[in-house]
Design a protein around this ligand. Sequence first.
Ligand SMILES: [Zn+2]
Ligand SMILES: [Zn+2]
Length: 441
Amino acid sequence: MKLTLFGGAGEIGGNKILLEEGKSRIFLDFGQSFTLLDEYFVPESYLSPRERFGLKDYFEFGLIPQIPGLYSKEAVEHTSLGYSSPAFDAVFITHAHNDHVAHLPYLHKEIPIYMGETTKKILDSTAEMTTQKYFDEENIVRTFRSGNEIEVGEFKVVPVHVDHSVPGAYGFLVEGKSGRVAYTGDIRKHGQRADMSEEFVKKAEEFEPDVLIIEGTRVGGDSRKNHTEKFVEEESAKVAQNAKGIVVGMRYPKDLDRFRTFYNIAKESGRKLVISTKTAHLLQVLGGDSIGLPDPFNDENIEVYCRKMKMYKKFEKENMEKCATFEQVREMQKECVFELDFYYLTELVDVKPVGGELIHSMSEPFEEEPLSKIADGVLKNWCTHFKLNSHQLHASGHASEQEIFGIIGEIKPKKVIPVHTKKPELFPKCAQLKKGESLEI
Ligand SMILES: [Zn+2]
Ligand SMILES: [Zn+2]
């Protein structure tokens, strides 16, 4: 078996891992490398790859591998790679974060995409409520559940659920004729469903893998404390209970553990949780699942806020009468927790907070990333302008260094391939691969 890293090598995210056995070839994840993209583009400032030319601009800077038989006609028609018939058996997706799925739109339409049922629902909801698309009706999308055995060519792939900051995340156990590979995807052991990560680790240990591909986002130089979701909830509850004005909550849109935390603190402090139509749609789509999410339009603790727009999404038009306007949120500001994405801060101009609190429940900006530093400065100014006290309260979606090394110790693979990390050299039993480099298993 041959393993090649086409993304995720020495960088956080962008995972694209190729496994080859005989004539069978499968990819594990198909994400966008934001670290690399940021070297040549500043998407937030309109300097973005020209989507109308497919992969042309991506190829120019080596942001995506030039491999025949991997991409759709439209993706390569303006490039020197040219079109070839599909040469891959499948792409397996661990979870719904863009650094694992964002390159799917360029994939050859005849290459089947496998993902968890929840991941498909989340991506469908995102496609419906934003401009981001991942696949269309021409793609072959197949869903799985934890423990399913999926045979593709010479490979047998078993997805096993793990805990991460998005629901429906998986690791994979991949068996070929000549070797066994375990892959964690993104994983943590300090979240609310640590039991799922434990189950993956146990199954991976029993699997006796030759190679463990493991994430290492927080390995090396991460001085932040390993806060748990419970800690975030307790501290946020104090903020909400003592607040005299509005409580603004900022979190990652797909982090539904944090949604639950905000829901709980709103309820306990006698406030309503005001959510976006995007979140309401996601809750409805996932509503039938067993993960216990409230029905946004039939829960007395929730108010759905619809931004004033010139054009509305279908879902917003259908539910407009049940949504709150900015005037209503302004009225109830002292009795609500208002969820707000950074991109929608301008809503505060309409809501007009008269003092209050802001809970920033996301990663702290990394000093070395100029854009996030700028965004941080802007957020501070908005807080000052609207007299909001800012609170940094976050539990990471990724295992700490100690947890990662503990997982390696439990699984006991022959070799470790670190991905999704800037510090691969710190890993034990490490077979360090650079981008495009292969390992024979
Ligand atoms: Zn990731
Ligand atoms: Zn992730």
